[in-house]
Design a protein around this ligand. Structure first.
Ligand code: IPM
Ligand code: MG
Length: 398
């Protein structure tokens, strides 16, 4: 009996190792970055998702279409609506991303993606893999870049979360060895660690930031986190002007709420699961997960999304129209920056900060007593169109 179980487990393990060794070979091949300046048109796909996703991605689309209207009329930008990423359709097709939807996504250059429901053990949906995690893997979106800014507290962080490995890559491939024993896997590869760490260092170099922080638990999770940490120190040798320090995830979580220490952190690079957790905490300090956007960047595609989920509870309580679209609008600004539209990106970001952190003439809380997402989007648009935007922003942050 035990022997049988071990044999079965060995077979599964062998399959996983084979797949990962093949993946490493693919990672070893370098692919050039896309030059968006040379692309006409740039195709922006909008995946509406489900739950509040369907509502807030339309608000974000409205902002994008507004700031890009000249580009659209010149034929430089094309929007493509992509339906079919709803939980209902994914459950019906029993696929994290149905094949036809994936084809459509792949026909775009960049994607704005609304939140999608991730089934969990015990809910009414079949336990299919998360659409986010699948999309990150299918499109090899290895860098999850999550900025968090609270200017009045001196906080200006940029998190580089590894997005395709760690505890996530095989999250759906773990297995129950017996009735009593379950095993999941965590994988870190030299190449996977290197590409995200290098991106963090390059970001620091370009932005004249002299410090990068790597977050692990390499004192306990010695092999995988140990490798991540070693790669970070190896890459750091190529950047003598940048100091690298390593923090363990537990104390790092504490330091993010230490007002004396937290503003010293600037660029933070970390494996997948720690990045997932720490960025929610960081976003809370900025005003909640509803205010944070997230870029998922790969060599061929890039996808931009909110950092939160589809909030089924809000939908059930009839509050979807009160959901805060700021996260998706911030994701849109990140998308604009990524494809080289820096000026409209800056306008959107400044308007978001003025509305959410300074002027606060209209507030959004997710409840009926405050604005609807649509009203709040109008408020943001009014600042985007305000000729005194840049000047007012300077006054606000000073
Ligand atoms: C995120 C989310 C996802 C993740 C979920 C929805 C699978 O929490 O983007 O941070 O864990 O990566
Ligand atoms: Mg998360």
């Amino acid at each position: 009996m035990t022997k049988d179980l071990i044999e079965k487990a060995k077979d599964k393990f062998a399959e996983i190792i084979k797949e990962q060794l093949e993946r490493v070979e693919v990672l070893k091949k370098t692919i050039a970055d896309i030059d968006y300046k040379k692309l006409t048109p740039i195709i922006i796909g909008i995946c509406f998702g489900d739950g509040i996703g369907e509502v807030i991605s339309r608000h974000a689309q409205r902002v994008l279409a507004h700031v890009l209207k000249d580009e659209v009329s010149k034929g430089k930008i094309v929007f493509k609506d992509i339906d079919g990423l709803t939980i209902e359709n994914r459950a019906k097709q029993m696929k994290a991303i149905p094949d036809d939807v994936l084809e459509e996504i792949k026909s775009c250059h960049v994607i704005l993606k609304g939140p999608t429901t991730t089934p969990q053990t015990g809910d009414k949906w079949p336990n299919i893999e998360s659409a986010n995690v699948a999309m990150r893997r299918y499109l090899d979106l290895f860098a999850n870049v999550r900025p968090v800014k609270v200017p009045k507290e001196g906080i200006d962080w940029c998190f580089f979360r590894e997005n395709t490995e760690g505890a996530y890559i095989l999250g759906s491939k773990g297995f129950d060895v017996s009735q009593d024993l379950s095993v999941d896997f965590k994988v870190i590869t030299e190449q996977g660690a290197e590409r995200i760490i290098r991106m963090a260092f390059e970001y620091a170099r370009k932005n004249k930031i002299d410090r990068v922080t790597v977050v692990t638990k390499s004192n306990v999770v010695k092999t995988t986190d140990g490798r991540f940490s070693k790669v970070a120190f190896r890459i750091a040798r190529e950047y003598p002007q940048i100091r690298l320090d390593e923090w363990y995830i537990d104390i790092m979580t504490a330091k993010l709420i230490d007002p004396l220490r937290r503003k010293d952190f600037k660029v933070i690079v970390l494996p997948n699961l720690y990045g997932d957790i720490l960025t929610d905490e960081a976003a809370q300090l900025q005003g909640g997960v509803g205010t944070a956007g997230s870029a998922n960047i790969g060599k061929r595609w890039a996808m931009f999304e909110a950092i939160h989920g589809s909030a089924p509870r809000m939908v059930k309580e009839g509050r979807a129209k009160f959901a805060d679209p700021s996260s998706m609008i911030r994701a849109s600004a990140m998308l604009l920056r990524h494809i080289g539209y820096l000026q409209p990106a800056e306008k959107v970001e400044q308007a978001l900060e003025i509305c959410g952190q300074y002027e606060k003439k209209i507030t959004i809380t997710g409840r009926e007593s405050a604005a609807t997402g649509s009203e709040y989007t109008d408020y943001i648009l009014s600042w985007i169109d305000n000729p005194r935007l840049a000047e007012s922003y300077k006054t606000f942050i000073s």
